[in-house]
Write a protein that binds this ligand. Structure first.
Ligand code: OGA
Ligand code: NI
Length: 337
């Protein structure tokens, strides 16, 4: 392939060989279950106890849920999706100015997952941004499309609020103080991946993103309403997380699995691609601050429950995560006691 990114305007008629997975690793799309969906939780419900119970159930059984009446305005969401779309429509030369395959960069356009570590590539381009504190990072964000910085800043602020609210509910659902997670994670980092999955000539042979777990604490995903693609592993079977209007998809990351002493799962998920349509998603990741010490919450290691993982700092975990390929064993396995 002669360009670094897939969003070059070229429409491929065959999947290039370095995107083809070996037979045993292919997505087997016909086996994906369509009859079960992850729980949808109404955050506008007045009964907080009921919300907390639903979150507890979703986090234990699925590691994923969707939220509606979440407080992020419809206008903010629509503008975010539009500007994300406009970004990937920019001329190739404009986008290539931002290209990098160095994961330590705080702003970059890249492709696949970790092109220098992986053997087979993934059918995805992505723009990755650091988003907190905004005043530190916005200056390095793309200035084209012109409204990008304003729209994305505004989106980040609203999504962060939602993330804090969810962390309070998740803390309480574990029987911990409302501020427990917030206090442990410290001044949380916030990253964004704007994912662009172009139409793919042979979706059965490859992935947008292969199965992985998220290394951060909590992920808030906005997915394209028109095209499905996200799938979650439950009881050994892949389930499609069908887009639902006015919803965000929430998932527990590795850090909350560790903090909850394994009670809540950072579940394997993947994105598959589509033959005819492009798909977009915007993932916001809340991350512990670098020196945050992640250890199982005390109340969850009493009464004979041993700590499943050793203590570690987030910086240590994160560098381990990016030193590997995506589709290996769960990164947390390396931190087991
Ligand atoms: C991710 C992710 C899923 C999607 O960015 O970590 O899992 O549907 N994305 O794009
Ligand atoms: Ni993910």
């Amino acid at each position: 392939m002669d360009t670094k990114v897939l969003s070059s305007g070229i429409r491929y008629s065959n999947l290039p060989a370095n995107y083809v997975r070996p037979e045993s690793e292919r997505p087997r799309l016909s086996e994906v279950s369509e009859c079960e969906d992850v729980p949808v939780i109404d955050l506008g419900c007045e009964d907080r106890t009921h919300i907390i119970q639903q979150i507890c159930h979703a986090c234990m059984q699925y590691g994923f849920f969707q939220v509606i009446n979440h407080g992020v305005s419809k206008e903010t969401v629509e503008k975010m999706l539009q500007v994300a779309h406009d970004f990937f429509e920019l001329p190739l030369e404009e986008k290539l100015k931002l290209y990098s395959d160095d994961p330590s960069k705080t702003m970059r356009l890249s492709t696949s997952f970790n092109v220098n570590k992986e053997k087979v590539h993934n059918w995805r381009d992505y723009l990755r941004l650091h988003c907190y504190p905004l005043h530190k990072y916005v200056p390095e964000w793309p200035s084209n499309p012109p409204p990008f910085k304003d729209i994305v800043s505004n989106y980040c602020v609203e999504v962060r609020e939602l993330g804090y609210r969810l962390q309070e509910l998740i803390s309480q659902s574990l029987g911990l103080e409302k501020d427990y997670i917030k206090n442990v994670l410290g001044e949380q980092g916030q990253h964004m991946a704007v994912n662009y999955y172009p139409p793919c000539p042979e979706p059965e042979l490859t992935y947008g993103l292969p199965g992985h777990t998220d290394p951060n604490a909590l992920t808030i995903l906005l997915q394209d309403l028109q095209v499905a693609g996200l799938q979650v592993l439950k009881d050994g079977k892949w389930l499609a997380v069908n887009p639902q209007s006015d919803a965000f998809v929430i998932n527990i990351g590795d850090q909350l699995q560790a903090l909850s002493n394994g009670r809540y799962k950072s579940v394997w998920h993947r994105a598959v691609v589509n033959a005819n349509k492009e798909r977009m998603s915007v993932a916001s990741f809340l991350c512990p601050f670098d020196r945050a010490l992640i250890s199982p919450a005390k109340p969850l290691t009493e009464d004979g429950c041993e700590a499943v993982y050793r203590d570690f700092t987030y910086a240590e975990y994160y560098s381990k995560f990016w030193s590997r390929n995506l589709d290996q064993e769960h990164c947390l396995e390396l931190f087991k006691n």
